[in-house]
Design a protein around this ligand. Structure first.
Ligand code: M6R
Length: 613
């Protein structure tokens, strides 16, 4: 994880770096730091805590410099403290580095360097890398760029790095492998960042560095790229599509709330140009050339983590129901290490908002090496996962900044629904009348989501009643079981209340023992095949004095009579209920967390983009 940002040009770098670090704080917020090079003097400011702490720390100090690097950290090697914060100096203190990733063989390199007299100040793997680079430069008597290249050939692991040296005051050196890195090209100035958000307000022209590439960024003149094997590359300049407004709060107190409220639009955007109720067709250009692979597939495997894994579970219900292709849903972190059986005619669908999740990327590479077809469902355009897959469909939900995933989930489920519908239509596994009906129903979803958002005040009231709970249970069945898991995850991650999601019927095999008059049980009890069964499960909770908060279909009277509180959602086809029923649970978690005084957009210990395994 971690966010890196750098600048070289004519402007004062510090304000650009600080703004960029704020935008990248979603990647980690254990510590922050900057290094500035001005008139031959290299200054490092760094401290534990958020970027705002760094700003306080630098108040009244000189921050001059037109070449600089900055970092916001999610701790891996070494506790979050001032010393372990980046940037890190080399042995001579003539150069500095910032790093996102993990140098896996840092311990053996460090041991050798210690033997040759190096002293380390921090516990980080990053400090070892900059010492190694300087050591190579001295021992081999090579230029800094060559020393970086030679060092990167020795390291195992992942990195996005930026290096600045007193002896090269007009050049930044950056490199990447496994962690993302974007270079923004301005007029006589360059910007570097972990993603495009710190860059977008200055320039739309960017180069996404590929794995094992090093870029030499001059103060003036052209950017040069070579691989760590010393092969020259021509920079491929792309135009950014994101708008500045999309990465700002737009009047909302938190990004999470803004993103919850964006869902009528983001769901529409994920369908835009892909669906035509009048023509009764679904078009997914990104996978058009791979349709035959789906038609021949004996199995579909979803790989993902966290919320994206929950979307994969919805995908399982959708694909099995509509396409009759057997589906498995795998945690990427388990899949990659358990010697899984993968066939060449498997279609593996990797789901990821960020497109950078390390475990998902590694699982993709494994499945690819066995000859499977890999389809991506990513939100971030040009991300590592999007590039590693054979084909895919973007979710087009727009930047998601809040660490708790909301609009990305509904966009993923929307794309999965379209994909399953399209394949079912091609395979002829659903009658065309059912296809037409679902196409019309899905087009109506944004409006239904809008209606759910209008119940916010009622949801806030319910949140006020349960804000002090210490445990909570979430129950669902069929298509709403993954929504129960997602509801529980949302509550856990932002309010720090222990919560469990369960298939409603599974409750009596253990969790029912937890139920007492203190325990809120959130049940998705919408109309559908399992409705009566869920009603019975609610009775079982009531009989043990549990508190029932039910998400019900508009007009439902039966559950209303049994539940302590109900939240009505508009009626839709059962397979589309996840898209509508997820919304009240997101709002509920949001309000509970606000009432408990939690940090909504940056919950403790978490980061938005999990680029370490
Ligand atoms: O970027 P990805 O979708 O690959 O991220 C996967 C998980 O890290 C992510 O969904 C995480 O669980 C969220 N914080 C949940 O809100």
């Amino acid at each position: 994880m971690c966010g890196i940002v750098a600048y070289i040009g004519k402007k004062e770098a510090y304000p650009i770096l600080i703004k960029g670090l704020h935008r990248l704080e979603y990647r980690g917020y254990d510590s922050a730091g900057v290094a500035l090079l001005n008139e031959g003097k290299l200054t490092v400011y760094k401290c534990k805590g958020k970027v705002s702490e760094l700003e306080k720390f630098t108040e009244g100090k000189s921050k001059a410099g037109t070449i600089a690097i900055g970092h916001t950290r999610w701790a891996t090697h070494g506790v979050p403290n001032d010393v372990n914060a980046h940037p890190h100096y080399s042995e001579s203190k003539n150069m500095v580095i910032i790093h996102n990733g993990i140098i896996e063989n840092y311990a053996s390199i460090k041991a050798q360097l210690v033997k040759s007299g190096h002293t380390f100040l921090s516990d980080t793997d990053t400090e070892v890398l900059i010492h190694l680079i300087e050591n190579i430069q001295l021992v081999e008597n090579v230029k800094l760029g060559d020393a970086v290249r030679l060092a990167l050939n020795q390291v195992i692991g992942a990195y996005a790095i930026a290096i600045m040296s007193k002896t090269n005051p007009d050049e930044l050196i950056v490199a990447k492998k496994g962690s993302p890195l974007v270079i923004g090209i301005g007029v006589d100035e360059y910007f570097v960042a972990s993603d495009a958000t710190p860059i977008v307000e200055y320039t739309k022209n960017v180069v996404y560095l590929e794995d094992e590439e090093i870029a030499f960024i001059p103060r003036k003149g052209e950017l040069k790229i070579k691989t760590i094997k010393n092969r020259q590359k021509t920079p491929y300049i792309q135009e950014l599509e994101i708008q500045l407004e999309a990465i700002e709060k737009g009047g909302f107190p938190h990004f999470m709330l803004k993103e919850i409220y964006e869902q009528p639009r983001s769901i529409k955007d994920s369908m835009r140009g892909r669906l035509s109720a009048s023509k009764g067709a679904v078009k997914l250009g990104g996978i058009a050339e791979y349709e035959q692979k789906f038609l021949n597939a004996k199995r579909i495997i979803f790989i993902a983590c966290g919320t994206s894994w929950h979307a994969g579970l919805v995908g399982e219900y959708l694909f099995e129901d509509l396409t009759r292709i057997p589906v498995e849903v795998e945690y990427a972190s388990e899949f990659r290490y358990r010697n899984p059986i993968i066939y060449e005619d498997d279609v593996v669908i990797a789901i990821s908002q960020s497109g950078e999740t390390a475990d998902t990327l590694a699982a993709i590479e494994l499945a690819k090496s066995k000859g499977a077809t890999i389809i991506g469902i990513c939100n971030v355009v040009g991300s590592s996962i999007a590039r590693a897959t054979h084909a895919g469909s973007y979710t087009h939900a727009g930047p998601e900044i809040g660490v708790a995933s909301t609009k990305a989930f509904t966009a993923q489920v929307t794309v999965l629904t379209l994909m399953a519908l399209h394949i079912a239509n091609l395979k002829g596994t659903i009658p065309s009348s059912r296809f037409q009906q679902l196409v019309s129903e899905i087009e109506a979803i944004p409006e239904k989501v809008e209606k759910v958002l209008a119940t916010n005040d009622q949801i806030k009231y319910i949140a006020g009643i349960y804000k002090n709970a210490t445990n909570a249970l979430y129950l669902g069945r069929g298509f709403t079981f993954p929504v129960a898991l997602e509801g529980a995850l949302k509550l856990k991650e932002i309010s720090y209340i222990h919560a469990e999601g369960y298939p409603a019927a599974e409750m009596k095999h253990g969790p029912i023992a937890l139920i007492d008059e203190e325990m809120p049980v959130f049940v998705i009890a919408t109309k559908g095949a399992s409705y009566e069964k869920v009603v019975s499960n609610i009775q079982e909770v009531k009989a043990r004095k549990g508190k029932i908060i039910a998400i019900v279909t508009e007009g439902d009277e039966q559950v209303k009579e049994m539940a302590d509180y109900t939240i009505e959602i508009p009626e839709t086809d059962e397979i589309l209920v996840p898209l509508v029923s997820a919304i009240p649970l997101q709002l509920l978690s949001y309000h509970i967390a606000v009432m408990r005084g939690c940090n909504i957009d940056q919950p403790r210990n978490l980061a938005k983009s999990v680029t370490v395994e």
